[in-house]
Ligand binder design. Structure first.
Ligand code: IDP
Length: 235
């Protein structure tokens, strides 16, 4: 019989962030994509929201590629309800895309781990998002103005439900990695967070990351991701 828990060369991986706006989700995803050629699906790029499961369907579709072992599903997932949805959609659709003997491991990357954490990162994230300006698919400073942008961000703060590892849905993560946005030197938090993710994945799933990148490779990937500009405003 097939051991569905087994990790082997067929195993595929999905990464779900738990975050609020400005934590560095996209920057971190770009670093990982740059280093390992993983897939990256951004909720902000999906305009037709009629089929809500499209986020997971596209992620699963990317996973069908032979050379794509892992996909980062870039959405805030700041509430239990959203995280539960993602797990349900994977269950519901995985057989449409992947063969029955392909198992999927789901990794959570939690950028904010408690309400205290949330209070600590508000300043950093607001400053970053205001500095980001119009370099974003939907939340453009020019269009909304500062008050409205901070208003959108604070909506996420109010609804935020930190990860609760002992209950549904968060106990469904195969691995949960805790990150920090406002570390001593928040100038490079996305670099440090990427290192944490890579270290923990290398340790738990060497099949996914057999060899650690060098410090130089990491720093280059960070630099490129930080400097990344979206190609053009979405129409
Ligand atoms: P989000 O996807 O969580 O909303 P990002 O768009 O990745 O967050 O980051 C928000 C802004 O902060 C972007 O302008 C990004 O370049 C910047 N940023 C992300 N990580 C770092 C960091 O480690 N140091 C400095 N700026 C960062």
């Amino acid at each position: 019989s097939i051991d569905y828990e087994k990790v082997d060369s067929n195993t595929k991986f999905l990464i779900f962030p738990i975050a609020v706006i400005g934590c560095g989700k996209t920057t971190t995803a770009l670093i990982l994509k740059n280093l390992f050629n993983w897939g990256h699906i951004q909720n902000d790029d999906i305009h037709n929201k009629k089929d809500k499961a499209i986020l997971i369907k596209r992620s699963l579709e990317l996973l069908t590629k032979d050379d794509t072992k892992c996909v980062i599903v870039d959405r805030n997932n700041h509430q239990f309800r959203e995280r539960k949805q993602l797990f349900e959609w994977v269950e519901q659709y995985k057989e449409q895309y992947l063969s029955y003997d392909t198992n999927i491991k789901i990794i959570g990357i939690s950028f904010v781990n408690s309400i205290d954490d949330l209070d600590r990162i508000k300043n950093v994230t607001v400053n970053r998002v205001l500095q980001r300006g119009d370099n974003h698919q939907t939340i453009q400073l020019n269009k909304y103005g500062e008050r409205k942008v901070v208003g959108i961000m604070s909506g996420f703060w109010k609804r935020f439900q930190p990860v609760a590892e002992d209950r549904i849905p968060d106990n469904l993560f195969d691995l949960l990695i805790k990150l920090d946005v406002n570390n001593e030197n928040h100038e490079n938090s996305s670099l440090i967070n990427s290192m944490t993710i890579i270290n923990e994945l290398h340790e738990k799933y060497p099949i996914l990351i057999p060899k650690m990148p060098t410090t130089m490779e990491l720093e280059d990937a960070f630099k490129q991701s930080i400097e990344f500009k979206i190609p053009s405003k979405t129409k």
